[in-house]
Structures are given as C-alpha cells and as structure tokens.
Design a protein around this ligand. Sequence first.
Ligand code: SAM
Length: 278
Amino acid sequence: MNVYFTEEWVKGFMIGVKIDKVVFTKRTKYQHLAIYDTPQLGRILTLDNVIQTTEKYEYLYHESIVHVPLFSHQNPEDVLIIGGGDGGTLREVLKHPEVKRAVMVDIDGDVVEASKQYLPLWNTGFSDPRAQVLIQDGIKFVAETDEKFDVVLVDSTDPEGPGLVLFTPEFYKNIAKILKPGGIMCAQTESPLATPEMVREIYQRIAKVFPVAKLFVAPVPSYPGSLWSFTCGSFDADPATPVRQPGDSWNLKHYSPEIHRSMFVLSPKIKQDIGITY
Ligand code: SAM
C-alpha cells in the first residue's frame, strides 16, 4: 500500500506520513477520528485530519505537559485534565505518588473509548482507582465545579472545532478560580515557530489572568514547526523551578530536572514574537 496521511501544517506547507493500515475511523459527534499504523511513527491518532499523538514521539509531549507543572508543585494531590482523551497525560500524572485524584474531562467519549481499545501504550491510567473520567465540555466543567485543584492541565486540540473554547479568556479566568493556593495551570499553547501570532495571542490572554505566566518549549517532531509550546499560569508558584524529582524506576525518556529548567530558556526571536519580557 502506498497511501499517505497528509496534514497541512500551515498554508502551503504539507507533511505526509505513509500508512500501513487503517486501524479505526469514526465521525464522532464532534470530530473525525482516525487511528493508523505507520512505518515511521508507529500507531498514530488524528482528529479532523490533524495528528494528535504518535507512538514514536508521544513521550515528548506528555512528559512535558505533565512533569513540568507537577514537579514544580510541592504536593500535587488533586489534578484536573481538560481534554487528553488519548490517555497519555493521565498515564504520566498517575506516576506521581502524591496524586490522590486525577479527574479527566474530555468532550468526546468516542476518543476515550477508541484510545482504550486501540492505544495500549497510552491508556494504562484509565484503570487506576485514582482516575475519574468525565465525558463533558471542559469549559462547562470549569465554570460549574465547586471543587479545587492543585494542578490543572489543558491537553486540548487546536483552537478550532470543539477545542476553540479552551483558549478563551473566560476559560482561563474560570481555571484561576478553581486553583488551590500554590496551584499551577499548564496548557498546550501551539507552535512558536509555525504559528507565532497564535501563540502570542494565547500567551497574552493567560498573562492577563495569572501574575506568573511562563512559556516553555519541547521538541515534538510530529507537530507543526517541530517545536511545541506550553504555558503555565499561577498566582504564587514558579513553574520553572522543580521542587521534587522523579525516581530512577520511572524510566522517563525526556524529562529530567535539568531539562525542566532548560525548557524555559527561549531564543531571542521566540521571546520577541510572543512578547515575552521576563
Ligand atoms: N495533542 C495531544 C497529544 O499529543 O497527546 C492530544 C490532545 S487530546 C487527543 C485532545 C482532546 O481534547 C481530544 O480528545 C478532544 O476530544 C478534547 N477536547 C476538544 N475540545 C474539548 C472541550 N471543549 N472540552 C473537553 N475536551 C475537549
């Protein structure tokens, strides 16, 4: 079979990934979901024709979005994940013994079910008794919940389709209200190389809500620009400083305390493009 999955990273720049096998496809209530086997990236999951996660590189994304905020927190007992349907973020969160409860809120039950069935590498967290999975719109959950969290992770799709609301000022303001003292939010905030204008807009929105707003980057070769950004927001914690560290048995492939600090070191061009002044 000489069939390629193609994705337009930015207008006029497309990538192609050879497919060996179509594992699963479904038009869900919210998006087009597909899972493919590929010779170069292993199993991949796409939503609305955008690569979400790949067997080869998922650790880069998941270790970054989870361990930077969680290792910057003194005692992350209650963690909320908005999105994250593939389960990779949940899997990494549950490696922290401090975590007593991890609530994951994804709008699309079909993504969660397909991931449980077809993505064994990603889904080891779903059966953990500390995990609670809710199928609901994340914006509604943060607006209505009475609960408070130590860490809130926003593992969303891009700012279009059902994920658009997860980049609004209203959403960030509601997250600020449900953070406990010392709490940290960490959101995926797109590519500073491929779409710097978009990252600037999102970063500035977060910086209006949180007195501490720090952006960091990680390489993710399967995403536009191959460099991805995440932005942490807090009232009183420093997400750039790890206060605990993983044990050897965790077998992490990307995260270490040294990498943690280095991820916050940004090039002059990225700082200028995003409007970062610290
Ligand atoms: N890029 C990530 C990675 O590499 O692992 C994957 C992102 S994860 C698949 C994104 C999830 O956000 C999807 O499962 C999607 O259903 C969910 N999502 C989109 N809009 C949402 C919303 N409004 N509320 C909750 N979840 C949402």
